[in-house]
Design a binder for this molecule. Structure first.
Ligand code: C5P
Length: 338
């Protein structure tokens, strides 16, 4: 008999190729239509039996990850425990997170860690929850956790947790990520968008427009025109889906869009320079990742991505860069060595 001492799962970062945001709902969330795309930038999460639940974090941005009950991976383990019968799950777990996905960067790193913890604990406890049940637990932890389980490219609706895999040819896309100094708070970026649309915030509904107008470089993925109140229900962009079906990176680059981008730029104006630099250097498209502040560029090939990454890091418009491909698979157990 093999004694399992610990289980490690690997999980990707996500991009939003489209992020269409509706008005604020009564529960404070926003209805979305988004096209998620997982990229090959992975965190690893190991779950081992322990007397009580603890978490340690190493790697990129480790000191800014919560180590208490706010940690999404710990919350995921606690939520799964409630769903699992049997002796194994009564033990605590030690969760060890090795981070490569920057924290609060718009890449859903915390959600990714929660998804990896779910997959690893499901295995450690031999709980055998099937993917749809794991996805239900995931949705209680955060809006992006279910997608981190699924990976690939998928349309998200509701808060982002209702997923439909996108049917697309097996095209590999080459992305360059420009990481920024500092972080952006997702709730603050949503709040800035709401203010710019005249919802809530200073001035209340219908009050003065905030500073989150559509101030972004031409050709980058912000919404077009002066920010009006958002549509009652956001809609999937047919041009983006058609570009994905064609596998044509140039078309995809032109179709990237993010309703949160003007709000992220209003809170972090220096990102305009980063987006503009990437476009000048030949990116097929550029946008802010989710709520930012990471900037994302699509390149025509692996070689172009390398050139772009080198030039961007030389241009002094970001903290560091990474080249990643997508789509990448969702959270999965890493086979034990030996
Ligand atoms: O679901 P999650 O905890 O990842 O969301 C973080 C924050 O992002 C929420 O507290 C909310 O402010 C905002 N959000 C939103 N609408 C969504 C998803 C997230 O307003 N659909």
């Amino acid at each position: 008999m093999t004694i399992v001492t610990g289980v490690t799962a690997r999980v990707p970062a996500k991009l939003n190729l489209q992020l269409a945001v509706g008005p604020p709902r009564a529960d404070g969330y926003h209805d979305l239509v988004t096209v998620f795309h997982a990229v090959a930038l992975f965190d690893e999460v190991t779950v081992e039996p322990a007397e009580r639940d603890t978490v340690t974090v190493t790697g990129e941005g480790a000191s800014t990850v919560p180590h208490d009950g706010d940690n999404l991976a710990l919350r995921a383990v606690a939520a799964l425990r409630k769903q699992v019968r049997g002796a194994n799950r009564t033990t605590g777990v030690r969760v060890s997170i090795a981070k490569r996905i920057p924290v609060a960067a718009g890449l859903a790193g915390g959600s990714a860690d929660a998804a990896a913890a779910l997959v690893a604990a499901n295995e450690l406890w031999t709980a055998g929850l099937p993917p749809p049940r794991l996805a239900e637990v995931a949705a209680t932890i955060g809006s992006d956790v279910a997608f981190a389980l699924l990976g690939g490219t998928a349309v998200g609706r509701g808060r982002g947790e209702r997923l439909t895999p996108a049917l697309a040819p097996a095209t590999r896309y080459h992305w360059v990520l420009a990481f920024a100094e500092g972080q952006l708070s997702t709730p603050k970026v949503y709040a800035a968008l709401d203010r710019s649309r005249g919802f809530g915030g200073p001035g209340g509904p219908g009050g003065p427009r905030g500073s989150g107008g559509n101030d972004f470089p031409p050709g980058s993925g912000g919404s077009r025109g002066v920010a009006p109140p958002g549509p009652a229900q956001p809609a999937l962009d047919a041009a983006l889906m058609s570009a994905l079906r064609s596998g044509d990176a140039a078309r995809l680059g032109r179709a990237l869009s993010n309703d949160l981008q003007p709000a992220a730029l209003s809170l972090y104006p220096a990102l305009r320079k980063t987006l503009a630099a990437g476009l000048e250097l030949g990116a097929l498209g550029a946008l802010v990742a989710g709520s930012g502040p990471t900037c994302v560029f699509l390149a025509a090939s692996a070689e172009r991505a390398l050139e772009l990454a080198v030039s961007l890091s030389g241009a002094g418009v970001c903290r560091s860069v990474a080249r990643v491909t997508g789509p990448a698979p969702g959270a999965a157990v890493v086979p034990a060595q030996g």
